[in-house]
Design a protein around this ligand. Structure first.
Ligand SMILES: C[S@@+](CC[C@H](N)C(=O)[O-])C[C@H]1O[C@@H](n2cnc3c(N)ncnc32)[C@H](O)[C@@H]1O
Length: 187
């Protein structure tokens, strides 16, 4: 089956609780993350930390670890999330995913928004994600592009890499014509 035939046409907006209204991709992501207050999440490539803020606001006993390899991004995300970090529900760390050291099964959910993680045939990134997810944990990847054709190509390449790396074929859903999500659940 091709990625195209697996796509659904569901259009679902995200929950927008919280002070500042986050960007559309983050709002669309929130409902797909299925956050529970006790959840442990990893965000890969957090950029300025808008998703971290939206997620952390929903956590009580849970925790979000946000990583980015860019020092400038980590500075912005840390500043934006100072209160959540002080509350102990968020941590922002400067590290490339390839160098991330965490215990196996650490996360209920791993997500990345607009991050180019699976461009080549290298499966080591998938292996890191598989190990870091708990059994039945979810990987959610969200992408925004003005041209939907770019999203279709990306989805097909990403699905192939995830499957080759041992994760189940992701479910694809369009949040809008410009926003596409891929979600897979670890075995
Ligand atoms: C296009 S930005 C998206 C930022 C944010 N997720 C957003 O939606 O606004 C991609 C970010 O991912 C980070 N990044 C890319 N590959 C990474 C990797 N392998 N490990 C950690 N961060 C990565 C980049 O430094 C950059 O900040």
């Amino acid at each position: 089956m091709t990625a195209g035939t697996r796509m659904t046409t569901a259009i679902v907006d995200g929950d927008t609780r919280g002070a500042a209204r986050p960007p559309k991709l983050v709002r669309f992501a929130l409902s797909r993350l299925r956050i529970e207050p006790r959840h442990r999440l990893l965000e890969i490539g957090c950029g300025g930390g808008t998703a971290v803020a939206a997620v952390a606001a929903r956590l009580t006993t849970g925790h979000i670890l946000a990583i980015d390899r860019s020092a400038a991004a980590v500075t912005r995300a840390t500043q934006r999330n100072a209160e959540h970090i002080a509350r102990g529900v968020a941590e922002v760390r400067q590290v490339d995913l390839a160098q991330l050291a965490v215990d196996d099964g650490s996360f209920d959910t791993i997500f990345a928004l607009n991050v180019n993680l699976f461009l080549g045939p290298d499966l080591s990134i998938v292996a890191i994600i598989r190990r870091a997810l708990r059994p039945r944990g979810r990987l959610v990847l969200g992408y925004w592009r003005r041209d939907p054709r770019q999203l279709v190509g990306r989805a097909e390449r990403t699905s192939a890499v995830l499957e080759a790396g041992g994760l189940p074929a992701p479910v694809l859903d369009w949040a809008s014509p410009e926003h596409l999500f891929l979600t897979t659940t670890a075995r």
